[in-house]
Ligand binder design. Structure first.
Ligand code: SAM
Length: 251
């Protein structure tokens, strides 16, 4: 049977596409892509013409079946997403899980990943980190998601979109405290790559004041909590604090 390759593609700078990724894309029979128009352009740039199958969050269960059929018929498949490493806040989990269950060969072609790139240059501890993906889109949900992370000592890493970044950072200030150290990595590998760092109370106004501040894509990184036990009950969820935070948002 064919091999399923999980191929990382650039997060902005096309030169980050590895020679091995190019060789793999040129060798496979089929490319499974999150957005076939977007990935069609990448393949065109490489001078490659490939059969494309769309695999996105809404159709992954259906499409995984036809991709698995391709593999079992001996065809090799490359899975790519719009940017970075597939399955990292991107489609592919159902497919990879099922491919492994059927005993098929799944092999990674590693490369760009926004969270790893951001962490590598942020200057925050990287020995332990907790990647939380995207925070909920609405304020109440976002604060509730942050609440259980107040005592987390590992570095916290989130993905955030430009139109929610200010709200997200202000919720981080409200829940984790505005003296917490935060680093934002914006437009990594692109022309306007910027890092903002400092206490949340400093970074929020800096972002608001920057005319480019809310443009582009962000990785949000937060220094973990100091070890508990000084002034707080260890690991206990502070229900009073949670209710005080959520009260103004309740209907
Ligand atoms: N699979 C991708 C990866 O490996 O990083 C992530 C896909 S996720 C749908 C998209 C999010 O990743 C964006 O909203 C942003 O938070 C982050 N991201 C992607 N490219 C980025 C970049 N060049 N600079 C900063 N963040 C980026």
């Amino acid at each position: 049977s064919g091999v399923l390759y999980i191929v990382a593609t650039p997060i902005g700078n096309l030169d980050d596409l590895s020679p091995r990724a190019v060789a793999t894309l040129s060798r496979v029979d089929v490319v499974a892509a999150e957005d076939t128009r977007h990935s069609g352009r990448l393949l065109q740039h490489l001078g490659l013409q490939k059969r494309l199958i769309a695999l996105h969050d809404h159709n992954e269960r259906d499409r995984a079946g036809s991709i698995l059929d391709e593999l079992e018929r001996g065809h090799s498949v490359a899975l790519i997403s719009d940017a970075g490493t597939p399955l990292i806040s991107d489609p592919g989990y159902v497919l990879v899980r099922e491919a492994r269950r059927r005993g098929l060969t799944v092999t990674p072609i590693p490369g760009p990943c926004a969270l790893v790139a951001a962490l590598s240059a942020a200057g925050l501890p990287t020995d332990r980190f907790l990647f939380v993906g995207f925070l909920p889109a609405k304020r109440t949900g976002r604060r509730a998601a942050l609440e259980p992370l107040r005592q987390e000592s590992a570095t916290l890493v989130f993905y955030e979109s430009p139109h929610r970044i200010l709200d997200a950072v202000s919720d981080i200030a409200a829940v984790l405290g505005d003296s917490r150290e935060i680093v934002l990595g914006r437009e990594l590998t692109k022309t306007f790559e910027t890092f903002y760092s400092g206490a949340v109370a400093e970074v929020l106004p800096a972002l608001e004041a920057d005319p480019h501040g809310t443009k582009g894509e962000f990785v949000v990184m937060i220094r973990g909590a100091e070890p508990a036990g000084h002034d707080d009950e260890e690991g206990a969820l502070d229900v009073d604090h949670l209710i005080r935070l959520l009260l103004p948002e309740m209907p």
